[in-house]
Design a protein around this ligand. Sequence first.
Ligand code: GLA
Length: 393
Amino acid sequence: MNSLAKKVLDTFKFSFEVEPLLVFSPGRVNLIGEHTDYNNGFVLPAAIDKAIVLAFAKNSTGLIRLQSVDMQPKYYSTKMSDNLSKSGIDWADYIIGVVDEMQKAGHDIQGFDCVFGGDVPIGAGLSSSAALEGGVAYGLTKLFNLNASRLELTKISQLAENNFVGVQCGIMDQFASIHGKEKSVMKLDCLTLEHEYYPFDWDDVCILLCDTKVRRTLAGSEYNVRRQQCEEGVKIIKKSHPHIKSLRDVTFEMLAEHKYKIDEVVYRRCMYVLNENKRVLDACSDLLASNLEDFGAKMYQSHYGLRDNYEVSCDELDYLVEATENLDGVLGSRMMGGGFGGCTINLVKTNEIENIKSAVGEYYKSKTGQLPGFHVVKIGEGTHELELNEVLQ
Ligand code: GLA
């Protein structure tokens, strides 16, 4: 991470010739609780040690001047205004979108320079976009001395993605990246936004991500379809239970009572969400009891629900999970994030990791002709400022 931070710092100094403010903004994993956030349910994510590092300084040009150290095109600049428009460049829209939402929230932002780079794999389901958004929101707050809480920055980042980028994502990714705590997962109630940290730190167990290397081309549209299907289920149940606002308020009994009125696909989507919410709460009890066997079994159940009922998995993700099913040292495995590609998250015994990687690699290769990627990730702190002298050491 230090070499990345140093690269961003050096690039900034070369381009703009001043000392910047440096911000570390992590990607995230989600242990369990998938596609529940936009249904006002529960999730169990954590920030990781893979991140985007951003350097900021004010300028007096009235421009937003942006530079990426590892993406093309490298540069984008635009005039600061109350009416910012889309840049036509993927990465720049995440940044401009945050500026736009900060202005809408009444924060005074002037011209600034920003250089950024990261080691969060893009499109792998590790929320590189949320890391970029949260890093910009946090950096601008520091730079312009704004009065904004971490919660407000989370909401601004999500709105940027919803309104400017056009993905109707829930709040989990931005929340986890901004609120992460070292060695802890957070149980987030996406209805109240209350969150509680659970220690997640074992000497003999670690988190291994297996990467299908399939990037989520279909995810955008299918994601929005899942949201609509959940809303359709709610609409039907609401007719006889008017207080229902989301699937969070729906019980198993209510769903059963309405089964005959609900389209079969919509019913399966709703059933998955109800089960997954219950699994998150039960998995938290497993954590408190340090029962990682039961916790891991719920990760598998989560995957099977996402595969069979929510239908957001893909063959490649299923192969990666299948490969672990009878493997020594694997406690749990499931697809992670929006689906249709990206990574599986695996809870594995540290001393078995090399055997696991080679067995999973071999199985995946026999099915797809390709090797998967592997990343061992550690749970780390949420978005924070980096001290320049730390980086220069
Ligand atoms: C994406 C979205 C999140 C969440 C997950 C699925 O990562 O950005 O808000 O809905 O998918 O759990």
